[in-house]
Design a protein around this ligand. Structure first.
Ligand code: AMP
Ligand code: MG
Length: 330
């Protein structure tokens, strides 16, 4: 097994820095631009990715990167004023003057590189949650030869608007795992870590079903079908939340099922929305497949070209959900 201690410590440090920067920007309520005609992107997405790209370029210059944002869009979509804000936030975070060309270089660091090691970055997973003051996280994963081996999620909003009891922190959490080493959670800005594990709940009525906050991000028809097939009553728990905080919840035993399928058959899930969370959930004892029960194939670039949707559970209830999905015509 490869020793990933340095990579893990580096990723934890950058994830904390990036999350802190996002929190600072959030208080200034920066207005979003629209990319791909409908998805919002903010000053914080770019500043966070530039910060992460900078750290990876310094520490692992030969590694490749799959990351959500691109310098081309940064130049095209953001006003002069917003690009300067990105520069300012990255300058403040690094403590040394940063030029626009630096930001662009760090945004694109490691892209298009054919490397054995690929970092998979979502600088803000859940941008809509970030804008809505709900949930978001900074996600950093690592693939070696197409296999997910490490994941870190920095979640500033974890627990803040749900779960009255059992709060380990009201200032966010850092959740992380390395292949073969188990999964851990600790307060975002310092404190003791604790190993985390999935729950053993396998009763469909009791299982907490997690789903995207944004109803447009998933096929509610499939979720309703599964709930009917499992004869869940109207009282059975469903929690809606943004980002890979869902993965962190399943890994820490606070949820049992996350099912995601985008109705459009041409749509494939993005690697940055699942890689870090995948390592954390599987190391915590959970299971992740696509909606047909196939393992996720991480070797196909930015999208899971060989899979449809994602099913992530505490393992105990996985086969039951797959069987329920199999009775649908999705
Ligand atoms: P979630 O937090 O589960 O709602 O998922 C957030 C992710 O959904 C984002 O990181 C995007 O990659 C992805 N996303 C954004 N817009 C859409 C859309 N219209 N349909 C499906 N996924 C989307
Ligand atoms: Mg994102």
């Amino acid at each position: 097994m490869v020793d990933l201690n340095h990579e893990l410590e580096t990723a934890k440090t950058i994830a904390r820095m990036a999350a802190s920067l996002c929190q600072n920007i959030q208080t200034e309520l920066v207005h979003p631009a629209q990319k791909n005609g409908r998805e919002p992107v903010t000053v914080a997405d770019y500043a966070s990715q530039a910060l992460i790209g900078h750290a990876l370029a310094e520490n692992y210059p030969d590694d490749g990167v799959i990351a959500e944002e691109r310098s081309e869009e940064f130049m095209l979509l953001l006003s002069d004023q917003h690009r300067m804000l990105v520069q300012r936030f990255v300058t403040d975070a690094l403590g040394g003057y940063v030029f626009e060309e630096d930001v662009c270089a760090w945004l694109d660091f490691g892209k298009q590189k054919q490397a054995e090691r690929l970092w998979v970055i979502d600088p803000i997973d859940g941008t809509k949650g970030f804008l809505g003051q709900r949930h978001y996280c900074v996600a950093i994963g690592l693939l070696i030869n197409g296999e997910p081996v490490m994941g870190v999620l920095a979640s500033p909003g974890f627990y803040s608007d749900m779960l009255e009891e059992n709060r380990p922190s009201d200032v966010g959490v850092l959740t992380y795992a390395c292949q073969g080493c188990g999964a851990y959670m600790e307060p975002l800005f310092g404190g003791e870590n604790a190993p985390i594990h999935v729950s053993t709940i396998n009763d469909p009525q009791e299982a907490r079903l997690l789903t995207s906050y944004e109803s447009g991000h998933t096929d509610l028809g499939l979720i309703e079908h599964v709930e009917r097939a499992l004869q869940r009553s109207a009282e059975a728990p469903v929690l809606r939340l943004d980002s890979q905080d869902k993965h962190a919840m399943i890994a820490s035993g606070l949820g049992e099922v996350f099912l995601r399928l985008v109705p459009d058959r041409a749509f494939h899930e993005k690697l940055w929305d699942h890689t870090a969370g995948y390592v954390i959930v599987t190391e915590a004892g959970g299971r992740v497949t696509d909606i047909y029960g196939q393992p996720l194939d991480f070797s196909t670039g930015t999208r899971f070209e060989n899979n449809r949707g994602v099913l992530m559970t505490n393992d105990s209830i996985h086969d039951l959900i797959l069987a329920a999905i199999a009775t649908s015509d999705f």
